[in-house]
Design a protein around this ligand. Sequence first.
Ligand SMILES: O=C(O)c1ccccc1NCC(=O)[C@H](O)[C@H](O)COP(=O)(O)O
Length: 221
Amino acid sequence: MFHIKICGVLLKTDIDAVHQAGGDAVGLNFYPPSVRYLDPQAAGTRVLSAYAADCGLYRVGVFVNEPADSIREVIAEVGLDAIQLHGDELVSDVPVWTKLGLPLMRAVKIPGDKLSETEIEDRVRPWIDAGCHVLLDADAGSAHGGIGRSLDWDSLRDWSARFAAVRWTLAGGLRPENVAEAIRVSGARSVDVASGVESPRGQKSAALIAAFCKQAKNAFG
Ligand SMILES: O=C(O)c1ccccc1NCC(=O)[C@H](O)[C@H](O)COP(=O)(O)O
């Protein structure tokens, strides 16, 4: 799907930074309470999304507990390549989102503690079986995501080694200083970051994006 996703871009300069650094996906956040929220009705959002596509970047729309009809409107308005479900959505509703015609990603929220392979597998398997790509993220409570909290990478390594056929993305608390270690320990082949490439919070830093992508690419080899 992608190797490096920079989530919560707000400006064309953020897109430039991702493109120049060698990232291959961006997250466009449509959750109103987020500091990274983009108004899907605003002309600037359509322009931003088109610009990302022109740069060859994969555009993932991030939604939290949004009805399928409203996601359909955002797709029509803005243009997206994939849908990321990041709230309390139910796996039984996957057929409804599948009808939207885009690849589905499910953020599976995992506690930061050590977990057994079975505990992780039990959380992700229903979504994988339903046809979703899973993004493993820290449990951010009512914020839902983007809070910079890390997972236990050792637990993920044990799970991913046992279920090697599963393609998944690591998120949660990644930063330029720890992403290489996170990839090495967990075995992830794909990473996602929001707050770890911002300074101040909510404002992407081209320097941090460049450093993050460099470290991740080196670690992927
Ligand atoms: O980023 C947000 O503000 C956000 C809010 C609500 C739901 C999801 C959100 N972000 C989705 C992402 O994919 C983030 O990159 C992911 O949660 C990791 O965030 P971080 O730990 O800050 O790198």
